[in-house]
Design a protein around this ligand. Sequence first.
Ligand code: 93A
Length: 527
Amino acid sequence: HPRRVTRALLSVSDKTGLIEFAQALASHGVELVSTGGTAKAIAAAGLKVKDVSELTGFPEMMDGRVKTLHPKVHGGLLAIRDNAEHASAMKTHGIAPIDLLVVNLYPFEATVDKGAGFEECIENIDIGGPAMIRAAAKNHDDVAVVVEAQDYQAVLDELAANNGATTLKLRRRLAAKAYARTGAYDAAISNWFSRQLEIDAPDFRAFGGRLIQALRYGENPHQTAAFYALPDKRPGVSTARQLQGKELSYNNINDTDAAYECIGEFDAKRTAACVIVKHANPCGVAEGPDLVSAYRRALACDSTSAFGGIIAMNRALDADTAREITKIFTEVIIAPDASEEAIAIIGARKNLRLLLAGSLPDPRAAGFTAKTVAGGLLVQSRDNAVVDDMTFKVVTRRAPTDAEMRDLKFAFRVAKHVKSNTIIYAKDLATVGIGAGQMSRVDSARIAARKAQDAANELKLAEPLTKGSVVASDAFFPFADGMLACIEAGATAVVQPGGSMRDDEVIKAADEHGIAMVFTGTRHFRH
Ligand code: 93A
């Protein structure tokens, strides 16, 4: 049963070893036929190759979904060579035999593993490849089928030993392997697909949402969840490309969003900046001359909370910063881009997710945010008020110095992205104490100051960095007490929206302590 190989069809996604193999086949006088990308690679190596579209008389179409699904291909694979009827059908329809099929499939499993979204996974389901593999394997009496590069050598050995022919023994072994491959491939698809169905989470497709992926669970393991993209594409976690690491969880997505929305406040042309987020709140934000110093300064604010955090950067991740980040445990990094070297460094940390968003979110962009209430949906326009568009009105006898003013603007930028009530202490364009999500503003002021004291102890500083800092409050001080707590912690200048009934009392208290205070007229509640 030796079968001479006169014509081979090669269609491979994984092009490992392809050229050497094609070269060897050509040296045995085998005619090569290939699909687009494979043909291109073979032709580039200077070998003669026929495009499959020339064989079928149809162009590859529908984004490559239809390229080899044609009787000229399947007839050539399935025809029983010594069957008179088959031979006459081949003759009538101008079908040439294909004696060797070399296919490896669209990388479906790898696409799922890298955490790709629903549609990308669907596009990576190979149809033509398995159809050809199954056809060739069925007809193994006449056709040899190779489904992975590892088997190239075995085929070449036989061609060399048998004057350009394969043995039935090898063809049978290859056929068995071929069905094992298509079986495993379909099993991988079916496993993945059934996971996609386990969405008893609310289905937002009806509202124009596109399912990105069914999530393993929601905020807690007993909750179901799914991630949807909305038609108004904005750069961020829903559009970013995940380069590595396991699938993002519900909380990862929420935190990554908080981090990237915050970093959008920092114009990358003006400064490098870094935000570290934990539980949807920044626990360190800093500007810097470069990313690595911005990261170090952001980390110094609260290195305890930063453990297992989400890091956002406003510039392409570079090697220095990547190296620094890998020193502690981090869940996710998101940046507009990353250098090759940085990608390689992060690559050594298999579980660390790296997301590249292409560009930064525009803090002034319109949009909406929504939250649910029992039986209802609360929708509002996005908080797109930006510090650079506000007038900082001095209300105290003393006006802030230039350095204070610079830090006040920085602190108020950050305050927008921290849950209310928030108090932010900042110094030299870095946060030095963040108080978030308290029911009382006084508590936020004290918690932030205490955390600054903790950081000082850890860094062995003589005094906490809140001494000589500035402070931002997301909403007005209803009484002087909250502001006095900030002054007690060492703040010398204050930014707040103003607008309280007791503004006069608060301004008077500031003046008594020689504090400079500015009103923004804009509030940044965030719940
Ligand atoms: O989209 S497909 O299912 N439709 C087809 O007709 C088809 N024929 C071959 N994918 C198809 N293939 C696959 O294309 C092969 O299994 C292989 O993985 C890939 C090779 O494409 P290229 O030669 O363009 O790189």
